[in-house]
Design a protein around this ligand. Structure first.
Ligand code: HEC
Ligand code: HEC
Length: 215
């Protein structure tokens, strides 16, 4: 039965329906209470342990830097991220951020900081030796160990879901992310993603990045 439904409904539509369902659940929960932090609506998509959910393409939030989380939530809210019509995931997340106040964002990030980090599974394979060569140009901002650099505004990469790093690099390359005129941080990344050129370059660099994890 499940397979029949799967065959009858194209993948894109099934995914959109899932997003709609989750968005509705999230907004119903939100309107039921003004206590944003007591509300577990972020974990509906990002996973109850905050470890990310590949099926929904919602990344790990546990263990991420607070300054980076704040900026991304502000960017979604301000239509700086998730504005491109082809950025399906960014659009889904934008819907979740658009009604947040500054205070909500601070409360949410404080809440996320209490989530315990545990390393996500490896799902991307690539040539790490090639990846290391490519990573040489990334280290200046993201750090030798891919643990980020707050002064430069470059987030840690090593602890992220590998599939999410792949999606974001593709988003930068395709101009879905980092092309808004107010997105000064994202714009830097668009230029930096170019030398990766294609899928294999992206996979190789991501395989190397996640091999740098020290926790
Ligand atoms: C309907 C599912 C859904 C819900 C609910 C949701 N998110 Fe997301 N979130 C996503 C998806 C999908 C992405 C990836 C978006 C992209 O590719 O730009 C994302 C991305 C993010 C990012 C960017 C992370 C990064 O490293 O770039 C942050 C931060 C975030 N979400 C925080 C939250 C918070 C806080 C909540 C609760 C207020 C929340 N999300 C609720 C689906 C969701
Ligand atoms: C000039 C500094 C700089 C260099 C060099 C650089 N980046 Fe970035 N990168 C950034 C900044 C700043 C951001 C945050 C963008 C934003 O706020 O949306 C970022 C974001 C990212 C993200 C998104 C992470 C997330 O959680 O959403 C990925 C993936 C990434 N960089 C990978 C790379 C790779 C791979 C390279 C080398 C090919 C690289 N970067 C080189 C500055 C840099």
């Amino acid at each position: 039965m499940k397979n029949q439904i799967k065959r009858a409904i194209p993948k894109q539509i099934r995914r959109s329906a899932l997003f709609l369902m989750l968005s509705l659940t999230a907004s119903i929960c939100l309107s039921a209470s003004n206590e944003v932090v007591d509300n577990k609506y972020c974990t509906t998509c990002h996973g109850s342990d905050g470890r990310g959910n590949e099926a929904i393409q919602a990344p790990i939030l546990a263990g991420m830097e607070d300054w980076y989380l704040v900026r991304q939530l502000e960017n979604y809210r301000g239509n700086i991220r998730g504005f491109h019509p082809s950025d399906e995931r960014g659009i889904a997340m934008q819907a979740m951020a658009k009604n947040l106040s500054d205070e909500d964002i601070i409360d949410l990030v404080q809440w996320i900081k209490t989530w315990e980090y545990s390393p996500p599974d490896t799902t991307v394979t690539g040539d790490k030796t090639e990846g290391e060569k490519l990573y040489a140009s990334c280290a200046a901002c993201h750090g030798e160990n891919a643990d980020g650099n707050e002064t430069l505004g470059a987030p840690p990469l090593a602890y992220q879901n590998d599939w999410y790093l792949v999606t974001q690099l593709k988003n930068f390359l395709n101009g879905y992310r980092g092309t808004h005129e107010s997105d000064t941080f994202g714009q830097q990344m668009v230029a930096m993603a170019r030398p990766l050129k294609d899928d294999s370059g992206i996979r190789n660099v991501v395989a190397y990045i996640t091999s740098l994890r020290s926790k």
